[in-house]
Design a protein around this ligand. Structure first.
Ligand code: PMV
Length: 358
């Protein structure tokens, strides 16, 4: 009888503080980046493997067929099998993944999905022996995740991750992300209220956006600026300087969108409501002296970040002042990275009628 193995991993999304924007070769970053790992926005992926002749893949998303995702899954598995994981070449993989947040919410699901897939695959190939404590194995998972989606390589680690070689970060590498633990405890308490302004599919994919950095008139200046921000960020994180953290984070978000707007092929992902929320956040911060700051990824939705000690005051104001400007919120927090689930835990999450957490 053929032997089958099943594993399940849950991996979160992450939000970049210093952004990765611009890539070359096989998904190598043009500059180093640093992110906070989230927890509520996560993907659970369960994989069952049985021996087969050649790589065969069946894929379900949220318990249903989703051909456009299945194509992407097959492509990355084919790439891994060809270049680095020959053990995949004689397996039938049944893959079932579930997002804790709606796919169409405008939240990038590729970071949490690609990292959960890489974790499951490496675990399958090590006969269920993968442990998040094994730094070498996690570097390998991070490397494979990067090939699937650049920012995915940062998602697996607790709290703070660095991707891209930078002299201020020992052990940093373009090939994979590393966990960064030299961080003041205040940042472990951070909330990220993700305010969904528009859940429409993005007009320009992040791959197309990265490509527009090649030949961008400000590219070289941008990469220098990112390196300087990374340098400052190391000391800011160590000292717990939440104002400096917020100032750089906002500058990074607006730089990212500035680069989109002023590239020779210009595009704008910000919505009027994004700008309304930004100006409300800045006015509230100034008037009440509360350290609440925003960032953005490649879309119109606001990530509003603040330490846990400010939760009550920020929540009251959000409901009263910001509520008309967004469709719904995913209230997230800094998290502990990826984790392995038991078969029972996975079955609770992957049941076909499971509803979204938000
Ligand atoms: O990982 P990608 O190719 O989807 O690019 C993500 C880029 C940003 O989210 C805008 C920034 C980042 O560092 O995550």
């Amino acid at each position: 009888m053929k032997k089958s193995t099943s594993v399940a991993w849950q991996s979160p999304s992450n939000i970049a503080i210093v952004k990765y924007w611009g890539k070359h070769g096989k998904q190598y970053p043009r500059n180093a980046s640093i992110s906070l790992t989230l927890s509520a926005a996560a993907t659970t992926t369960m994989i069952t493997s049985t021996p087969a002749d050649g790589l065969r893949v069946s894929y379900l998303y949220q318990g249903r067929d989703k051909p456009e995702f299945a194509d992407r899954v097959e492509r990355i598995l084919g790439q891994w099998a060809e270049s680095e994981l020959p053990g995949l070449r004689d397996l039938h993989l049944e893959i079932n993944s579930y997002n804790s947040f709606p796919h169409s919410s405008g939240i990038a699901s590729s970071a949490s999905f690609m990292s959960s897939l890489a974790l499951g695959i490496v675990d399958i190939l090590s006969a269920g022996g993968l442990s998040p404590e094994d730094a070498g194995a996690m570097r390998r998972v991070s490397h494979l995740s990067r090939l699937g989606s650049g920012s995915a390589c940062r998602s697996i680690y607790p709290s703070v991750a660095v991707w891209g070689e930078h002299a201020a970060y020992d052990g940093s590498s373009d090939d994979h992300a590393i966990a960064w633990a030299d961080v003041h405890a205040i940042f472990e308490t951070y909330h990220d209220d993700i305010l969904i302004v528009s859940s429409a599919e993005k007009a320009v994919s992040s791959s197309a956006g990265h490509a527009l950095m090649e030949g961008h008139p400000y590219a070289a200046t941008r990469y220098e600026q990112a390196a300087v921000h990374m340098q400052w960020m190391r000391d800011i994180l160590r000292a717990g300087d939440i104002e400096a953290f917020g100032e750089i984070m906002e500058n990074e978000a607006l730089t990212l969108h500035g680069l989109m707007m002023n590239s020779p092929t210009s595009y704008i992902l910000l919505e009027p409501a994004t700008l309304s929320i930004i100006s409300e956040i800045r006015a509230f911060r100034k008037e009440k002296q509360i350290p609440v700051y925003f960032t953005l990824d490649a879309g119109p939705n606001i990530h509003m970040l603040y330490p846990h000690s400010e939760e009550a005051r920020v929540s009251d104001w959000r409901e009263e002042v910001l509520r008309p400007h967004y469709q719904f919120a995913i209230r997230d927090r800094v998290g502990r990275g990826a984790k392995k689930l038991s078969a029972h835990e996975a079955s609770q999450i992957l049941r076909p009628d499971a509803d979204f957490a938000n």
